[in-house]
Every structure is written in C-alpha cells, then in structure tokens.
Ligand binder design. Structure first.
Ligand code: SAH
Ligand code: MG
Length: 216
C-alpha cells in the first residue's frame, strides 16, 4: 500500500473520479509501478493538465524526467506546439525516456538533457513559462534560485512531492531515513511561501504539490 498524505477514503474517491490514461501511457504507468519509479500520480497529472490549459506555456522546464511520463503528459496538454526541456541525472533513465518520447512521436518537442538538475540549470539562460520540479526532493532549495531566475515574470513554478508521504507535516514521528528530506522540504515550503516574488498555494493531492506564481 502506498503511503498517503490525506484520508484513504478521500484519496480513493478522488482516484475513482479520474479518467485514466490508455495506450502507451498506460503501459508506462505499469512499467513505472513494476520498477518502483515514482511518476506523478493521476491526481497530479489531472491538475497539471488544468494548470497548463489555463497558463498556456510555450516553453516548459522539468527537473526529473525518469521514463518521460510526465514530460509526455505536459507536452500533450500544451497542444500541438511548445517545447519541454527535461533534466535527468541517470543515463539509463534518460535513454529510456528518449525512446518513450520517440514512440509517442514527441522527440521534436521534448528535449531530454542528461545531467544533474542544478548543473544543467546553471547552464541555461533562456526564460521558461512553466517549471516543474520533480527531481531530488532534498535539493529543491538548491534549485530554487535558478528556477526563479529562469522563470519569466508571470511564470508558474510547480513543485512535486512537497508533502512527502505526509511526513513533512509530522516531523516528530519521522524515522531517520526520511527525516532529512522532510526537514528540507519544510524549509523549501517556508521559502516558497515567504518569497516576495511569488504567490504560492500548497495542494494536498498526489504527494503534495506547491503551485507558485511569479509576480509579473
Ligand atoms: N517526473 C517524472 C518522475 C521523476 S522521478 C514523472 O512524473 O514521470 C525523479 C527522477 O529524478 C528520477 O528519475 C531521478 O533519477 C531523477 N533525479 C534525482 N536526482 C536528480 C538530479 N540531481 N538531477 C536530475 N535528476 C535527478
Ligand atoms: Mg514526483
């Protein structure tokens, strides 16, 4: 049973309302489940699709590609134009993502940048309309300055896993293995919620999503 950030009955109800992916995306979900790859949950995907529909980004940056599942969801939600640059540290994972993106016929719109998210972000200097952080959870604070720098005024920063299995909200009881990440995520949320340049809302779906709008 996966760990949850809200009441199980609310979660299963929300899950039951969602129209699930089919075809190759469904295959990717199955592959991710079998191989313990933490792709975005259906509720998170549904919210991303709505945010992208409202915000209409032309250029998206993602940190944490894994097998390319969320990059494909995002690119499709953008319609038939617009690009996604997505960063993945693991070479095999990046290669698998490129193959999956090719199969989805999105190679022209999704660019997989293999490397450490911080190092790659340091090298980027063109503005993005939308940034999705979904890489090393303990390192979001390090990504933050570059994410703000790379985000255009009025851009959206969406950070995944910010409630981390619910552990961020219950620091006392957290076992050592997860404590550092929980503490760091809490600090990250403080940063997001108190930064003058942003308006942030934390949404308890999936593994917790922070949505931050950069002042225009
Ligand atoms: N966004 C994906 C899931 C990403 S899982 C989806 O929803 O489909 C997190 C990924 O981040 C893993 O593949 C992991 O290898 C990668 N990662 C971890 N640390 C990283 C880092 N420092 N830089 C870039 N990628 C990193
Ligand atoms: Mg995630």
């Amino acid at each position: 049973m996966e760990e949850r950030i809200t009441y199980p009955e609310i979660n299963s109800f929300l899950r039951s309302t969602i129209k699930r992916e089919d075809g190759f995306l469904r295959d990717l979900e199955k592959y991710a489940e079998d191989n313990h790859i933490p792709i975005i949950q259906p509720e998170t995907a549904a919210l991303l699709k709505v945010l992208i529909g409202i915000h209409k980004p032309e250029r998206v940056l993602e940190a944490g590609t894994a097998i390319g599942y969320s990059a494909v969801i995002i690119a499709r939600a953008m319609g038939t134009s617009g690009t996604v640059d997505t960063i993945e540290i693991d070479e095999d994972m990046a290669e698998a993502a490129r193959k999956n993106i090719e199969i989805m016929d999105l190679s022209k719109r999704i660019r997989v940048l293999q490397g450490d998210a911080l190092e790659v972000m340091e090298c980027l200097d063109t503005a993005y309309d939308f940034i999705f952080l979904d890489a090393a959870k303990g390192r979001y604070i390090e990504y933050f300055d570059h994410a703000i720098r790379l985000l255009r005024p009025g851009g959206l920063l969406v950070s995944d896993n910010v409630l981390y299995k619910g552990l961020v909200a219950q620091n006392q009881k957290v076992v050592h293995k997860h404590r550092t990440i929980a503490v760091k995520l809490k600090e990250y949320l403080q940063l997001l919620c108190h930064d003058e340049r942003l308006k942030t809302s934390i949404i308890p779906i999936g593994d917790g999503l922070a949505v931050s709008l950069k002042r225009s």
